[in-house]
Design a protein around this ligand. Sequence first.
Ligand SMILES: *Cc1c(COP(=O)(O)O)cnc(C)c1O
Length: 421
Amino acid sequence: MQYEAIKRQDTEVYEAIMGEEIREAEGLELIPSENYVSRAVREANGSVLTNKYSEGYAGRRYYGGQEFTDVVETLAIERAKKLFNCQFANVQPHAGAPANVATYFALLEPGDTIMGMDLSHGGHLTHGHPVTYITKIFNFVRYKMKDVETGEIDYDAMLEVAKKERPKVIMAGFSAYPRELDYAKFAAIGKEVGALVIADMGHISGLIAGKAVKNPFDFGFDVILTTTHKTLRGPRGGMILTRESEEIAKKIDKSVFPGFQGGPIMNTIAAKAVAFEEALHPSFKTYAAQILKNAKAMEEVLRARGVRMITGGTSNHLILADVFGSLGVTGHEAETLLDSVGITLNKNMIADDTRKPMDPSGIRFGTPAITTRGFKEVQSARVAELMVDALEQRADKNKLESIHSEIKELCKAFPVPESFV
Ligand SMILES: *Cc1c(COP(=O)(O)O)cnc(C)c1O
């Protein structure tokens, strides 16, 4: 029996955890930044390592008693380096956003310029959204897509802006962009203007580790930032990888600690080590490839049924659909309606959206979690059909009920697995 002690001691928290267990088991998770971790990852994350303060790095800690924390952190680092083919890894960032901020402070001076993808074209909040404090310290300039129907980035405009604004760092990365970036072009522009090129691969690092998409390090990128809990299927956390420059890696280590964070979350670092070992397993390659196949299967259904997709489709794990333009239902309405039939995804602004962020034109969804459940193309396509059915026939209560039962049946047939190796 799981959660025995919590059950005995604290019914309120116990019931909330059990509620979440059931929600995850019985609903379909299509939020593209979410996944299900193995029981081994959860055990490591729930281990006694949470009791330990380990400020510093392996072999150079501020407190004693580090014989096991050093083992755990070193394992995580060595496995990360192998996974991403690089020479340095900092596995201490508490999450993706802190990894980004620590990196900016490691490599830039206040007032310096960072170039990132426009938020409305798929970029992430940490790449210069005005609501983030980091914009008070650094100057952000943007690049965009040239054509929202194909997703091609406007590299000519990017070079022009870069020449004028002289960014010290160019960020390649996104949280709502369904295509691959042309890393060679980023690297060339960086070289031309003397900027470091950094890839923020929060969403797709699992696809990179599983070799389903390109690795920015193969194109001369200096640094990769990532979360560990999305396609990489590890515990909630962040990580900073450096290809080969010891100078950069040292600056990053200093910036993460003591510059930015206090003690590392060693139980989570142990869970990262376990997840990275899983990702080194050959089955992870199959998993990563299947994520893409499943997204393609959903794309084909949406196209056949006349739903407009930003960039025309997908080359990764996610799809951004213009449900307002195609079906007359807003992103917020679609999110709520699909939630009511057991499908969880999120509303999202589409490129150059005329609607507001809290009720935009689009929905964003993806296949990492359903692929972990064992879905193949057939089931993924069926889910896409059910989604469009629900949105088209949203007034028909009976129809929605029958869709909900079918989703529950699918979930029952594909339980969340306990282990992947
Ligand atoms: C998810 C994500 C982040 C933020 O990660 P958190 O763990 O939520 O802080 C940053 N950048 C990109 C590209 C992401 O996808």
